[in-house]
Design a protein around this ligand. Structure first.
Ligand SMILES: Nc1ncnc2c1ncn2[C@@H]1O[C@H](COP(=O)(O)OP(=O)(O)OP(=O)(O)O)[C@@H](O)[C@H]1O
Ligand SMILES: O=P(O)(O)OC[C@@]1(O)O[C@H](CO)[C@@H](O)[C@@H]1O
Length: 324
């Protein structure tokens, strides 16, 4: 039976990507192309998981016309969904990309206010759908009104059902969520620095901060490093993935694609280093393609052969790493 994965996205968005001829500057500018996708981190994960062949169910809060647009889009991708309808309007997030020298940037709305009653309904949905799931993915920011401890409560619901949780969030929400001991946490470097409260300058620093995150409750930590690949820190081993840096990248959603690839691989019985390889292939494929949260399967297959995975032990120097 194929793995079944419940993806929780509390703060979905219509991701609107503007392609520009030149960097933004004051005054009127016109876009050359616009792409809209059902986003918010979890929905990118869900789309990639589905493309990789997993059975995926999405839940979260959905409101107004934007929420309906997202539900229609997921339906067109054949993704099952059980959203809690809310009073407020689901948000829109903008990203801008252009020529090579133009660094992409994003403008994110906070999301609607969610009432206590709506929050309770979502817990009931997770309670009801969690049974029989191979894994749960919880990803992204919280909309307004939702307490920092909310993910912690959702993880506890999954824990009671022995469903492993893959988590991607940051700041105080992450700190609180760690207390419920998720299986897997995926910070990027910026999020890891926020967690540790210091600048991170070396691989050793990354491993130390990830170990600290594990002491606070994460069973495994995957640190995504953009064009520098990713580091997977578990209690016994540390693995590093090296990717070929892209000259022109569309990185929005690459972290979500990485998380989808790892979740897919581990849910299908692959080893940690293979899961890391799979995740990075998905991250790079997303960064090659202009569409947010999209991978191309043939490209992923090719990339799997190009990504180098090496075992790193904290105690040893880099020259003592072993390749697999
Ligand atoms: N410029 C790039 N060149 C090659 N690979 C990339 C590039 N950017 C991202 N990747 C791949 O995607 C993975 C995730 O990227 P990144 O660390 O930027 O995630 P992120 O910051 O969580 O992104 P987001 O929050 O937008 O989803 C990397 O580990 C790498 O495999
Ligand atoms: O506000 P969040 O949920 O942290 O991030 C939202 C977001 O930037 O993340 C995705 C890229 O990872 C986009 O789909 C979306 O716009």
């Amino acid at each position: 039976m194929s793995p079944k994965i419940l993806v929780v996205t509390l703060n979905p968005s219509i991701d609107t990507q503007y392609f520009m001829d030149s960097p933004l500057k004051p005054g009127v500018q016109r876009v050359t192309r616009v792409e809209r996708t059902a986003g918010g981190k979890g929905l990118n994960v869900a789309r990639v998981l589905k493309k990789l062949g997993n059975d995926v169910v999405c839940t979260g809060f959905s409101g107004g016309y934007n929420g309906q647009w997202i539900q229609d889009s997921l339906m067109n991708h054949g993704i099952q969904q059980h959203f809690v309808e809310v009073q407020g309007d689901t948000r829109i997030c903008l990203s801008f990309s252009g020529p090579e020298e133009f660094q992409p940037f994003e403008v994110l709305e906070a999301g609607p206010e969610i009432s206590a009653e709506e929050q309770e309904k979502l817990k009931e949905v997770v309670e009801a759908l969690g049974d029989g799931m191979t894994a749960g993915v919880i990803s992204g920011s919280l909309p307004r009104g939702v307490p920092h401890t909310y993910y912690q409560e959702l993880i506890q619901i999954f824990n009671k059902k022995n469903v492993p949780v893959y988590l991607d969030t940051s700041g105080e929400v992450l700190n609180q969520s760690l207390k419920a001991k998720p299986l897997f946490v995926k910070p990027n470097l910026e999020e890891l620095e926020l967690f540790s409260g210091t600048a991170i300058d070396s691989e050793e620093d990354i491993i130390d901060a990830a170990k600290d995150m594990m002491e606070k409750g994460a069973a495994n930590v995957l640190v995504s490093l953009g064009a520098k690949g990713a580091l997977l820190v578990s209690d016994k081993e540390v693995w590093k993935a090296n990717v070929t840096p892209l000259k022109k990248a569309y990185p929005v959603g690459s972290g979500d694609s990485l998380l989808a690839g790892v979740t897919y691989a581990l849910s299908n019985g692959k080893s940690w280093p293979e899961a890391l390889r799979y995740g990075c292939a998905c991250g790079v494929s997303n960064a090659i393609n202009p569409q947010t949260g999209n991978v191309e399967l043939e490209q992923v297959e090719t990339l799997l052969n190009e990504i180098q995975i090496e075992r790193v032990r904290k105690e040893v120097t880099n020259s003592e790493c072993s390749r697999v």
